[in-house]
Design a protein around this ligand. Structure first.
Ligand code: ADP
Ligand code: ZN
Ligand code: ZN
Length: 894
């Protein structure tokens, strides 16, 4: 970790003699950019890590840009001096461009982007140290500056001041030749000046030491003790002991509690009876990391081989869409595309939607590539993130698998970026700012690093589909019927400039934050035609069939007297499944409190007369009059008591969670053992892996869960998928409802029949006639996309427009509404630029966590640039109690 600038590089020679530098400081609460002076011979470049005085402290800082003139609004004597360079070019030039581009596009202060990209506390936790400079380094440094002064290397050019001498003596006395700066400051008066002198003479150097690895936390483990069972064990306690025994006699306390749905009091009871011991541990004896057996490349199916061949023929930046049906073996293609890269010393980045997916996928990568795979996601502890991050900077080619923030992983020599399940909305950050989409950032990154970006999905997002197929609804319609267009090069788009808006960014033109002009120029846009490739895996491996999907009309069930949440079909299928000792998945859609209202008798759904979206049930507080409201235009009406269409009294808002379903399952099928797999049961670290492992080991018959189930789980023994309530997905008050419903239902259905036994899917709904349901049933992705694109283009929604969502939140309902109205007024001029404004309107869930939410939705045209008002100017219009978030390309309009 040398602090010396690398000698002899060209760009350094071209750096003008700058004397001021703008920096971001890493200090809680410090916003904005600060200017410091550089005293010769200090040379700083953007991306360097610095140490600067800030208030009474010394803090870490990142150099943003160099100035030849001090800022006009600052007096020279107000400007303080940079202390030291801690690490030169901590960020590569392309990495730095990427961060700037994200900040600019998503209207976020750069430091906020830096905070997402860097592991937490990188600057503050690192320790500044000082070391003696070795003869070799010193020689290089002087050679670099002035070749004639080589003779000076062995002794200082002039007598040292006492402070400098004292520091030097201290350092020489130390075994390692270095000390922490803090220690030196304590030992020596005038250490600061002394150090500057020594650094100037090239005798010592500053450097940054990462915090020492955090030791793993001790956790409570429960261990089975071999002792005769007393007679007073309750059946519950016996059950718990049986579970523990099946698990090899030892489990983390948290895992056992979760697995048995029991309390720690019950476990303490068992400990008192001498049946188990509960004590702290660092690792479980049998843990030692998941054991993965090494595997080798599978011989590819013809489709896989064709896809791989085209991938490997690519050079430079190309956007690739790999459309492969569920179970078609996309992962094998990723693995074999990455293998040769590693051999050539290149790295690969693999992004996945959620942690739940990561253990299985990670295992597959580990089995192939061993410990060159690291995992990076926000559920890692701070220490783990930090260590992984440092490891990425060490320069060795490696594979990083991670969730959206891993798109910033500082990997050397990127050769490929993969986004698996690219349609998944978890790639978008809703809050806090920057509200970035990892796919968008990955695209910029691939372009900057000149490597391919591989987007894989069985149900590609409409954005990616249109982008890479290069056609709109009209073009697709004409082409329909032509199948098997596997592996075709996307034709150079005739005129898709409107689809390029993402990067040509009319938005990039407005700079709400201080961004240096030099960096502005780097916000290069994609060329109007960029290299694209479409690949397809149209069938499952071994030509396994996609599971047949039976649609059950739940209105009929009710009319025929079945009021249970399980249709007769599903009931029979569950029994048959148990008899054959196979496994099943029950899927329930549930998201937040977002609710629509529908009739259980006729399926009628209340929609907004103005906006073509389902109206949402508003529940602000218990005594409030129940209202239905459109959160796009704020139209509202009373919640009717019975169905406006058929007068049935089975008219109510939906909402049944996994817990209720699991209970109903136990009541109606006492033999079936189930595991709940949802955000409640997977909250603790490692819970996803634990639950999936138990299920895979046959410790339950049924996995009951939410959206998480739709994300790439590959369990060959699953033969039945029951979708309990497709309707929650169909009627979300959102223009993306259909797309999301199609994706989720297709993905969930795709979890079965992946092994030797064929699978079947039972899809329960109150709207069997819905186009989405039909398309899902027929596995007709392309037809669905065609219809949906036409709908979107008519209503002027993405990918035929760009959305910007302004979200207002406040504890004061009055202040938040006023702010939204004032901002709306300020946005009135935008109409002249072709911008459509919807709202202001209260958000679906008006009050969340004691805060009231309002929003304004802007629809921007694609074919002309739009200049939005400065974000800061808009914030000024809001009372201080109101927070304003600007979400660019929002996915959720809640
Ligand atoms: P997808 O991600 O497309 O849904 P997966 O990559 O999970 O599909 O593959 C489905 C299953 O098929 C996995 O269990 C995988 O190991 C297996 N598989 C993939 N490719 C091959 C192949 N060429 N030969 C045999 N099995 C394969
Ligand atoms: Zn409306
Ligand atoms: Zn009705």
């Amino acid at each position: 970790m040398s602090v010396l600038a690398e000698p002899g590089t060209n760009d350094q020679a071209n750096v003008p003699m700058t004397t001021w530098v703008e920096v971001l400081v890493d200090c809680p609460g410090a916003q904005g950019i600060f200017t410091y002076r550089l005293l010769p011979p200090l040379i700083v470049q953007p991306g360097d890590l610095l140490s600067v005085p800030f208030g009474m402290q010394q803090v870490g800082a990142i150099a943003i840009r160099c100035l030849e003139q001090p800022p006009a609004d600052l007096e020279a004597k107000q400007i303080r001096d940079v202390d030291a360079t801690l690490q030169s070019r901590f960020f590569s030039a392309t990495y730095w461009q990427l961060l700037n581009r994200v900040a600019d596009y998503y209207c976020t202060p750069l430091m906020q982007v830096v905070r997402v990209a860097l592991p937490p506390g990188l600057l503050s936790r690192s320790q500044r140290r000082v070391r003696l400079v070795g003869r070799k380094d010193q020689g290089e440094r002087i050679k670099d500056k002035d070749a004639t002064s080589l003779s000076l290397t062995s002794s200082p050019p002039h007598p040292l001041t006492p402070a400098a001498q004292q520091l030097l003596t201290l350092l020489h006395a130390s075994k390692t030749g270095d000390y922490s700066w803090q220690y030196l400051q304590r030992q020596c008066q005038g250490a600061y000046r002394g150090l500057q002198e020594l650094v100037k003479d090239g005798l010592v150097a500053n450097y940054l030491e990462p915090p020492t690895t955090v030791r793993p936390k001790q956790r409570l483990a429960v261990t089975l003790v071999a002792s005769p069972a007393p007679f007073d064990l309750t059946p519950r306690q016996q059950e718990i002991l049986a579970v523990l025994r099946r698990q090899g006699g030892e489990l983390w306390l948290t895992d056992l509690l979760q697995l048995c749905q029991t309390s720690s009091t019950t476990l303490k009871g068992l400990a008192q009876k001498g049946q188990v011991v509960i004590q702290p541990r660092e690792v479980l004896r049998r843990e030692g990391g998941p054991t993965v057996t090494a595997d080798v490349a599978k011989s590819l199916t013809p489709d896989q081989a064709a896809a791989l061949e085209q991938l490997q023929a690519l050079s430079g930046f190309t956007q690739v869409l790999l459309h492969g049906v569920t179970g078609s073996g996309k992962t094998e293609v990723y693995l074999q595309a990455i293998a040769p890269l590693l051999q050539q010393g290149q790295s690969a980045l693999v992004l996945v939607p959620e942690i739940g997916l990561t253990p299985q996928l990670t295992d597959r990568f580990r089995a192939r590539f061993g410990d060159r795979v690291c995992v990076y996601h926000s559920a890692l502890s701070e220490g783990e993130r930090y260590d992984t991050w440092r490891q990425m900077l060490n320069g060795e080619a490696q594979i990083v698998i991670g969730t959206r923030s891993a798109v910033f992983a500082p990997l050397p020599r990127l050769g490929l970026i993969v986004l698996d399940e690219e349609h998944d909305s978890s790639f978008k950050q809703d809050q806090p700012a920057p509200c970035y989409h990892a796919r968008t950032v990955a695209e910029w990154r691939a372009e900057l690093e000149q490597c391919p970006l591989l987007l894989g999905s069985a149900t590609p997002s409409l954005e990616s589909w249109v982008r890479i197929r290069g056609q709109g609804a009209e073009g697709r319609r004409e082409e329909r019927g032509e199948r098997g267009e596997r592996g075709e090069r996307g034709e150079e788009p005739e005129s898709t400039p409107h689809l390029e808006l993402k990067t040509q960014s009319s938005l990039a033109k407005r700079h709400v934050h201080k961004v240096a002009p030099s960096e502005l120029a780097l916000l290069k846009t994609l060329p109007p035609s960029f290299p694209r490739l479409f690949l397809s895996l149209p069938s499952r491996v071994y030509d396994r069939p996609l599971p047949p999907i039976e649609v059950v009309d739940m209105r009929q069930e009710l009319h025929q007297g079945n009021r249970s949440v399980f249709s007769r079909s599903l009931r029979l299928a569950l029994i048959a499944m148990k008899e054959r000792q196979q496994q099943g998945i029950l899927f329930i859609h549930r998201r937040g409190h977002s609710t629509f209202v529908s009739c259980r008798s006729c399926g009628y759904v209340v929609t907004c007369p103005n906006c073509d979206v389902s109206m949402a049930y508003h529940h602000s507080h218990t005594e409030a009059t129940p209202l239905l409201r459109c959160h796009y235009c704020n139209y509202n009406r009373l919640l009717p008591n019975d169905c406006p269409s058929c007068q049935s009294t089975y008219f109510k808002h939906f909402g049944s969670g996994t817990q209720q379903i699991a209970q109903a399952l136990t009541q109606q099928f006492p033999d079936l053992r189930s595991i709940r797999f949802d955000s409640d049961t997977t909250r603790t670290k490692g819970a996803h892996r634990a639950l999936l492992t138990h299920f895979a080991a046959g410790e339950a018959d049924i996995l009951v869960g939410t959206q998480m189930l739709a994300k790439g789980i590959d369990l060959p023994q699953v033969t039945l998928v029951g979708i309990l309530s497709a309707d929650g997905l169909l009627h979300m008050a959102d223009y993306r409802a259909s797309e999301r419903a199609f994706q989720t239902l297709t993905q969930v259905a795709g979890r079965c029949g992946r092994g030797d036994d064929p699978g079947r899917v039972i899809l329960q709904t109150y709207s069997p006639e819905a186009a989405v349901i039909q398309a899902v049933q027929q596995h007709a992705y392309e037809r669905f996309v065609d219809d949906e694109l036409q709908h979107r283009s008519q209503l002027h929604y993405p990918p035929y427009s760009r959305l910007v969502l302004l979200r207002f939140a406040s504890t004061s309902p009055v202040a938040v509404q006023q702010a939204a109205e004032r901002v709306a007024l300020a946005l009135a001029d935008l109409e002249a630029q072709g911008v459509e404004r919807l709202g202001p309107a209260p958000a679906t869930i008006l009050r969340v966590a004691r805060r009231y939410h309002w929003q304004i939705l802007l629809k921007l045209p694609l074919d002309q640039p739009v200049t939005l008002p400065d974000a800061t100017a808009l914030r000024v219009l809001c009372a201080s109690s109101v927070s304003l978030t600007i979400d660019i390309d929002p996915l959720h309009l809640l």
